[in-house]
Design a protein around this ligand. Structure first.
Ligand code: PXG
Length: 290
């Protein structure tokens, strides 16, 4: 594997950054997780746009234009002969002095890793996930806005640990008001009364690109889509539930906090959306090979 760092490709074992990089010292940086399907980078423009929005929120100057970063992502896929895979795009504050002041970091670093994706086991898609609500509350907007896809993921990692300790793969995270925000690395949807409902972004969710794609697919299929605050009660009484994310795509949920959701099996609408999403991934995206 060849890793892109600041304009050059390095062999895996030589792909290193400074121990003085504030990305490491303080989690001061941002990232995107992107998929390639069938020789194309899926939703590349959307990921680049979100990366620049995260950077803007952190006053982090990305040393490349949007077009140059897009080209670098595609080139990293090409160099690594990726057709179906996973791209991790990282921008760190760069090396600086000890002390958290970002002004002491001269230049941000851009890292691109393109490799294989570690997929959830197939059984999760066939039988659905059993998930729980965890005590760790999603970050407050006024503290660290969940819309920023930063290198500081401890809020999510703490929630993941709590889910793991309970024998679960994913965790529902509530916001400080008790409304559902999202899961540790996925957005959440329910189906109720023929409507697809997902928490609004102000509830404390990442502006998920899979979330937006699934909302478009649902509307195209004639399904009303709504962004409303949800409580755990709403989850327990949902007809169907699923999670969305670049890594997971759409994964059905069949149990939450011990309550069986709907029939206890992946729902009909969920399965339809899974199929529509999968079809879309095969035909759209930025071509890697021309
Ligand atoms: N919420 C959070 C907190 C996330 O980190 C999503 C929702 C889904 O967003 P997208 O845009 O992917 O639909 C994410 C995305 C990983 C990994 O390596 C994590 C994500 C994406 C890809 C890989 O754990 N998180």
């Amino acid at each position: 594997m060849k890793v892109y760092i600041d304009g050059q490709f390095y062999a895996e074992r030589d792909a290193k950054i400074s121990v003085f990089d504030h990305g490491l010292l303080y989690g001061d940086g941002i990232f995107e997780g992107i998929r390639a399907y069938n020789g194309r980078v899926f939703k590349l423009d959307e990921h680049i746009e979100r990366l620049f929005c995260s950077a803007q929120a952190l006053l982090l100057k990305i040393p490349l234009s949007r077009a140059a970063i897009s080209r670098a992502v595609v080139e990293t896929c090409r160099v690594n002969r990726v057709r179906d895979g996973y791209v991790r795009l990282v921008v760190t504050r760069g090396p600086g002095t000890l002390g958290l002041n970002p002004n002491r970091c001269k230049k941000a670093s851009v890292i691109i890793i393109a490799g294989k994706i570690q997929l959830y086991p197939k059984s999760y898609y066939e039988h659905g996930l059993d998930i729980i609500t965890v005590p760790t509350v999603r970050n407050l907007h006024s503290a660290l806005n969940p819309a920023i896809k930063s290198l500081n993921y401890l809020n999510n990692i703490l929630a993941k640990i709590e889910a793991n300790n309970a024998g679960c793969e994913e965790a529902v995270m509530l916001n400080s008001e008790g409304f559902v925000a999202e899961c540790t690395g996925d957005n959440l949807f329910i189906l109720k009364g023929g409507r697809l409902i997902t928490p609004p972004l102000y509830a404390g969710a990442l502006y998920g690109i899979t979330r937006a794609t699934v909302m478009d697919l649902a509307r195209e299929a004639g399904l009303p889509v709504e962004e409303s605050n949800l409580t755990r009660y709403d989850l327990f009484n949902a007809e169907e539930c699923f999670l969305t994310g670049t890594g997971a795509e759409l994964v059905p949920v069949v149990k939450i906090d011990g309550r069986v959701i709907g029939s206890g099996r992946p729902g009909r609408i969920t399965r339809r959306l899974v199929a529509d999403y999968h079809a879309l991934t095969q035909i759209s995206g930025e071509p890697i090979y021309r």
